[in-house]
Design a protein around this ligand. Structure first.
Ligand code: NAD
Ligand code: IPM
Ligand code: MN
Length: 352
């Protein structure tokens, strides 16, 4: 029996509502269908932990997390308690960086029974490969002077190693899909990083002659997500472009509450981390209406990651059979609660 040791970090806000829901689903799927078992250990890290302890996680937090098979995280951030850049860099971004989770995979596709806000979504099914370790998210820079001369300088870091790694990951993924990679660039306006990005993309693409490529400036690419998302297969993007594109990908699926993500450690030295695209949703905390599908679909990505694609596909089928039946939370135009959606998914899994 495969026994997977998972660290769960619900974090802040609705993370505490959707993580327990998805854990129930994972336990069901393992009990009913798998020759496997999940062993969850819960960590109370988040903004309230910060208020009590002066840090977002225990001093030896990374040490405690590093031997788990995976990390299942909800969301981090409560700006009323802790400034966002402090909470995120103290927990989510810290784990991504220290555990070398250098790739963030974020799929977006039409879900059966979920209405896209697009007039003509066709049948889009795309994946954004987001570079997850550097780029626009850097701590190189500073603030100088005061008053009207005040300056904030933020440097972007683009290394050949990380850029090439993200691109190769995208090409390898495309080989298993529709064999098309789109590069998100902005080399018309950004004079160092983006021409470099284009150059690396061209170099890497030479190693994948069977994969079609194109390169789109991020502004136009964002518009194409609205006008013809069905034309995309795999999109490779820098950290910030990938972040923005994937909220857009979530929106065209119907709600940010459905979008899943996986932060992948590609060298096998540390656990990967599974957390949905959305945040802690302060406006709906405690109402019982948080959409659990993003977290549950993220659980499917975790199953896939551990080689349990069959179970992963079963889980996605259960999600779609519940959405097709109109059992939806209010963000998708429904009247159902987090709990009702979760219970229905569990019921479907029990019937398969
Ligand atoms: P958000 O994703 O939390 O919320 C944006 C909107 O989407 C809100 O109206 C919210 O109610 C809605 N929404 C999000 N998830 C939903 C769900 N599952 N079901 C139904 N509706 C949902 O983004 P934000 O408001 O920009 O950020 C809030 C906080 O979360 C901030 O502190 C931010 O830094 C943090 N954040 C954390 C993560 C993460 O931990 N991965 C991601 C994004 C934002
Ligand atoms: C995400 C989030 C984070 C990011 C924030 C909260 C730092 O938006 O995971 O998409 O920008 O990476
Ligand atoms: Mn984001």
């Amino acid at each position: 029996m495969k026994n997977l040791k998972i660290a769960s970090i619900p974090g802040d806000g609705i993370g505490n509502e959707v993580v327990p829901a998805a854990i129930k689903v994972l336990e069901t799927i393992a009990n009913i269908h798998g020759g496997m078992k999940f062993d969850f250990t819960h960590f109370p890290y988040g903004c309230e932990y910060y208020l009590e302890n002066g840090a977002m996680m225990a001093e030896d937090g990374l040490e405690r997390l590093k031997d788990f098979d995976g990390i299942f995280l909800g969301a981090v951030g409560n700006a009323k308690l802790v400034p966002d850049h402090v909470s995120l860099w103290g927990l989510l971004i810290k784990i991504r960086r220290e555990f070398e989770q250098v790739i963030n995979i974020r799929p977006a596709k039409v879900l059966k029974g979920v209405k896209s806000p697009l007039v003509n979504p066709k049948d889009f099914d795309l994946i954004v490969v987001r570079e997850n370790s550097e780029g626009e998210y850097s701590s190189v820079g500073g603030r100088i002077y005061q008053g009207e001369d005040e300056l904030a300088i933020q440097n972007n870091i683009f290394s050949r190693k990380a850029t090439e790694r993200a691109m190769r990951y995208a090409f390898e993924l495309a080989l298993k899909r529709k064999k098309h990679v789109t590069s998100a660039t902005k080399s018309n306006g950004i004079v160092y990083s983006m021409p470099f990005w284009d150059e690396v993309f061209k170099d890497v693409s030479k190693d994948y002659p069977t994969v079609d490529t194109d390169s789109q400036h991020i502004d136009a690419l964002s518009a194409f997500f609205i006008t013809h998302p069905d034309k995309f297969d795999v999109i490779v993007a820098s950290n910030l472009f990938g972040d923005i594109l994937t909220d857009l990908g979530a929106a065209i699926m119907g709600s940010i509450g459905v979008a899943p993500a996986a932060n992948i450690n590609v060298n096998g030295k540390y656990p990967s981390m599974f957390e949905p695209v959305h945040g802690s949703a302060p406006d709906i905390i405690g109402k019982g209406i948080a959409n659990p599908l993003g977290q549950i679909w993220t659980a499917k990505m975790m199953l896939d990651h551990f080689g349990e694609e069959e179970l992963g596909n079963l889980l996605l089928a259960a999600i779609e059979s519940v959405t097709s039946a109109g059992i939806l939370t209010p963000d998708l135009g429904g009247i159902h609660t987090t709990e009702e959606v979760t219970v229905e998914i569990i019921r479907k899994l029990a019937n398969y």
